[in-house]
Design a binder for this molecule. Sequence first.
Ligand code: URA
Length: 210
Amino acid sequence: MAAKATVADHPLIQHKLTLLRRVETSTAEFRQLLREISLLLAFEATRDLDLEEVEIATPLETMRAPALAGKKLCLVSVLRAGNGLLEGMLDLIPSARVGHIGLYRDHDTLEAVEYYLKLPEDIGERLVIVVDPMLATGNSAAAAVHRLKEAGARRIKFVALVAAPEGIEAFGAAHPDVPILTAAIDRQLNDIGYILPGLGDAGDRLYGTK
Ligand code: URA
């Protein structure tokens, strides 16, 4: 397996993920839990952002204090389930720029087919955090990152909620330069590309479409 998948093992993330996985969790609860977990994942994913010292004035005196350096980062949601991770991340990083990439899985080949792309023009100057809850086969994740690199993105991280070993392997082989952060690495894929034990179809559970 590619070595670059980090599991966000914070107890709050793990507890909320357990609630989220349960089959009896309602759409409203799923949405709320995903929002909360994604805020925590954003916290983990931004640990290594660069800081610079800026001069500020407190009510009592001036001081040099740390502030984020460089351009605001860019979050890219892989539609549609990626939007579930996006919302909580924006709660924590409201000034982030946002891109969207639409990919669907061809049910026969499991390959990713692109149908939508909208990105900030200066994506090459920003840290890009790509979000998609389920890193399953890795096909759509790898295709999304490939398109972002074509668009000029140079510094990219990938954040998933649940990853399969097969997806980590395939994604890592395609993009060894892109670190993966996930809340869990599950056992395996089933024969139609779903993660086991997983949580089912993230998009359907998020939007109540099944
Ligand atoms: N996409 C999902 O939503 N769930 C899976 O288990 C795999 C891919």
